[in-house]
Write a protein that binds this ligand. Structure first.
Ligand SMILES: [Zn+2]
Ligand SMILES: [Zn+2]
Length: 250
């Protein structure tokens, strides 16, 4: 398992080796194409990543002055709170797609920066562990990198806090959540996650933030939160780059 993981991480390590000197050069903004020092220029960051009020529990956009959304008041999720940097809408949907499916690792710094900003703005307690939502070994081999880990290691470096891609494991490859109706998504991920058996004790009494690129229904985050709490974690937060607005909202 570990061997496969290291093998699959190579493209990202190679990218790091090449990208580090390139960071010193100007590049084109991934949204407006103007020349900038980062892959997202400051004007686009201000325009598209402006902070907005979000539900403290699930990070969905809410009207100003509202702390917790109606859905969370009716049925609170198993995680204690959530942070999202942006809505999963233009231009983030396209940037995340490129980052995830087109191997655009050059976007990782700019995307991680948005989430780091949102975390720093929030009053959420700093977790003991920041854990990326894992991919199955098969998906990791296919893609060559885990996009959540690429964000997590950058966010953790900025805080700083401990992070690890091998503590939380995905035990089975499940169909893509986006391919399923919302009502089927919880069943799809049930039992999909576990902790590395020899390292369960490392979570005892610890606070954890789970990091993913996008949260839609929260089914994956909820399943992971339950797994971590059962393993003895004291509290679980969810940090995502982008939160899908509920249907009819944008
Ligand atoms: Zn721009
Ligand atoms: Zn909510």
């Amino acid at each position: 398992m570990a061997g496969q993981y290291i093998e699959a991480m190579r493209p990202a390590a190679l990218f790091d080796a090449i990208a580090t000197p390139l960071r010193l050069l100007p590049s084109q903004c991934a949204v407006c194409r103007s020349w900038a020092r980062q892959r997202l220029c400051e004007a686009c960051a201000r325009r598209y990543a402006a902070p907005c009020p979000r539900c403290r529990r699930c990070a969905i956009g809410v009207p100003a002055g509202v702390a917790v959304c109606g859905a969370c008041l009716t049925l609170a999720p198993p995680f204690d709170g959530a942070i999202a940097a942006v809505d999963y809408a233009y231009p983030w949907d396209e940037l995340v797609r490129r980052f995830k499916f087109d191997a655009s690792l050059d976007l990782a710094d700019a995307l991680a920066h948005r989430l780091l900003d949102a975390v720093r703005r929030s009053d959420a307690p700093r977790p003991d562990w920041l854990l990326p939502v894992p991919l199955s070994a098969e998906r990791l081999r296919e893609r060559g990198y885990n996009q959540a880990w690429e964000l997590a290691r950058r966010v953790a470096r900025g805080l700083p806090c401990a992070t690890d891609a091998k503590l939380l494991l995905r035990m089975k490859d499940t169909p893509h959540q986006v391919a399923l109706p919302p009502g089927r998504r919880a069943a799809n991920v049930r039992g999909a996650f576990a902790l590395e058996p020899r390292r369960r004790h490392e979570l005892q009494g610890r606070s954890v933030a789970v990091l993913d690129d996008v949260m839609t229904t929260g089914a994956t985050a909820s399943e992971i939160a339950l797994t971590l709490l059962q393993a003895g974690a004291r509290s679980v937060q969810v940090w995502v780059l982008a939160r899908t607005p509920r249907p009819g909202e944008d």
